[in-house]
Design a protein around this ligand. Structure first.
Ligand code: ZN
Ligand code: ZN
Length: 255
């Protein structure tokens, strides 16, 4: 059994065949999927999908791309949605200095603010960090994110970064890009991260692993990422499945 720790099933890419996608995930041994609603227009849909499928849970928050859209309705709405027992974490929140779709100073402010909000809600946080490793780490430390813990999703940092995050009680989630030819640095880092801290994810519909690169990603493909982790760590696929499932269950507090 595997857990896809991070997907976006509420996105339009899944509108036509969502049930088939969920069915394929089940058939390939994906026990649970965590779908992440990243902006106001997606929260309700993400939660509806989770509430109508026993194998799906939701994570809700404001993505750094959408930091500029936070207004007076945002937090009251999220507070209401997060009452559902189907919401298991707050996110994805963080910094994206690659695309800079929201101004950097606003991303920083909203990141800090949302860590505090997640702590108030009593939820772990799911972190998005793209080309902002130093600032992400600084804020996780200064905002006391170790009190809520969580996941660094689509991890792209080095071992030092991973170590600092693990020391704060964070898990490191590995996406399908680990299968790419040019991902030798990431593979080298994963080799050094203990299995006790690793999760696997698809981030579907994005970051499709080989051999499907270029097509839409979906949760059933999380096994290619797990397979690659097994290869890198020279352990069995079953062991990777067992450990990453155990870790995901712990951080998302399943049972
Ligand atoms: Zn992300
Ligand atoms: Zn995502």
């Amino acid at each position: 059994m595997l857990i896809d720790s991070h997907a976006h099933l509420e996105m339009p890419e899944f509108k036509k065949d969502l049930e088939a996608v969920i069915q394929r995930a089940k058939e390939t041994g994906v026990e649970y999927i965590f779908t992440v609603g990243t902006e106001k227009k997606d929260w309700k849909r993400a939660l509806e999908i989770a509430e109508s499928h026993p194998s799906i849970y939701a994570v809700l928050g404001v993505h750094p791309h959408n930091a500029k859209e936070i207004d007076e309705e945002t937090y009251p709405m999220l507070r209401e949605f997060c009452r559902s027992e189907k919401v298991r974490a707050y996110g994805e929140i963080g910094l994206d200095f690659f695309r800079n779709l929201s101004p950097r100073d606003l991303q920083l402010k909203r990141f800090r603010e949302q860590i505090a909000f997640a702590k108030e809600l009593g939820l772990p946080v799911v972190i998005h960090d793209r080309e902002a490793h130093r600032e992400t780490l600084e804020i996780l430390k200064s905002e006391g994110a170790k009190d809520c813990g969580g996941i660094i999703h689509c991890f792209s940092g080095d071992y030092e970064m991973a170590r600092a995050c693990m020391d704060m009680g964070f898990y490191i989630s590995i996406p399908g890009s680990i299968t790419f030819k040019n991902a030798e640095d990431l593979r080298e880092t994963v080799r050094t991260i203990p299995m006790e801290s690793l999760l696997v994810e698809t981030d579907s519909p994005f970051l499709t692993p080989d051999p499907f690169r270029g097509k839409r990603n979906e949760p059933s493909y999380v096994r290619y990422t797990a397979q690659k982790v097994a290869e890198i760590k020279k352990i069995s696929f079953e062991k990777v499945a067992e450990m990453t499932t155990k870790n995901a269950r712990r951080v998302y507090r399943l049972n």
